[in-house]
Design a protein around this ligand. Structure first.
Ligand SMILES: Nc1ncnc2c1ncn2[C@@H]1O[C@H](COP(=O)(O)OP(=O)(O)OP(=O)(O)O)[C@@H](O)[C@H]1O
Ligand SMILES: [Mg+2]
Length: 217
């Protein structure tokens, strides 16, 4: 999926977080978003998903303004860990079923197996560890065959084996021309996947460029 961001500007009441951000991605590009805590990474992601209304500027997905999109079903999203109410009474099976209304088939099973979810499949999420829940959300984001995958710090709290699994899956998806936007502080995890970096700074200032450009590395 192609992504075009034009003059994206966002403020929470008085606080300017994103100031005229511009960049574009081709299908299959991998963008990593970096920046200090509070620099606006999750805010930008939420603008993409229309969880926040963009007052100024525009976001186009395959040349269609997100305000005119009828469905977000081809966008996969892994929220940042603190965005989810862990007390909500829902099982792993129910979370996954929301994203997959077909019968359990080989594709579904392969995702479940990749993230080792069989043992916890019927558990209520409030009985799971933070890392286990994160694995459930990563699996869910892949179930609808996304053309754009957005992950907000997906490796936080996930053990080494499952981080490796995620890395392998992202590398595979990249080969299939899925566009990926990853928010991460983990430079080791993203360095061989990344095509472009977006670095957000305070007061909405930013740098966008190809990995290896001096001011974005
Ligand atoms: N709902 C909100 N209302 C008011 N201000 C907010 C709200 N959400 C975030 N902010 C502020 O906006 C700024 C950007 O927050 P954001 O969550 O986008 O940062 P971030 O880069 O994702 O940080 P982190 O690395 O901690 O996840 C911060 O100063 C934050 O305090
Ligand atoms: Mg964040």
């Amino acid at each position: 999926m192609r992504v075009t961001v034009n003059n994206l500007t966002f403020a929470y009441t008085q606080k300017l977080v994103l100031n005229k951000v511009n960049f574009s991605l081709k299908s299959g590009d991998f963008l990593t978003i970096h920046g200090k805590n509070g620099s606006g990474k999750s805010t930008m992601i939420k603008c993409f998903l229309k969880l926040l209304k963009v007052p100024d500027g525009s976001i186009l997905l395959d040349d269609v303004d997100i305000n005119h999109l009828k469905t977000f079903s081809n966008i996969g999203y892994v929220p940042q860990k603190n965005e989810f109410n862990y007390e909500f009474p829902i099982t792993v099976f129910e979370i996954l079923s929301c994203a997959y209304n077909k019968k359990r088939d080989a594709f579904y099973t392969s995702i479940i197996n990749s993230f080792d979810l069989n043992k916890i499949y019927h558990e209520n999420i409030n009985n799971l560890s933070g890392g286990q829940i994160q694995r459930v959300f990563i699996a869910r984001s892949l179930l609808n065959n996304p053309k754009l995958l957005i992950l907000d710090e997906p490796t936080v709290g996930v053990d080494v084996d499952n981080v490796r699994t995620l890395h392998r899956i992202l590398a595979d998806l990249k080969k299939q021309s899925i566009t990926i936007i990853l928010v991460s502080h983990d430079l080791d995890f993203c360095k061989d996947l990344t095509d472009y970096c977006l670095v957000l700074n305070e007061l909405g200032d930013y740098h966008f460029g190809k990995l290896g450009d001096e001011d974005v590395s």
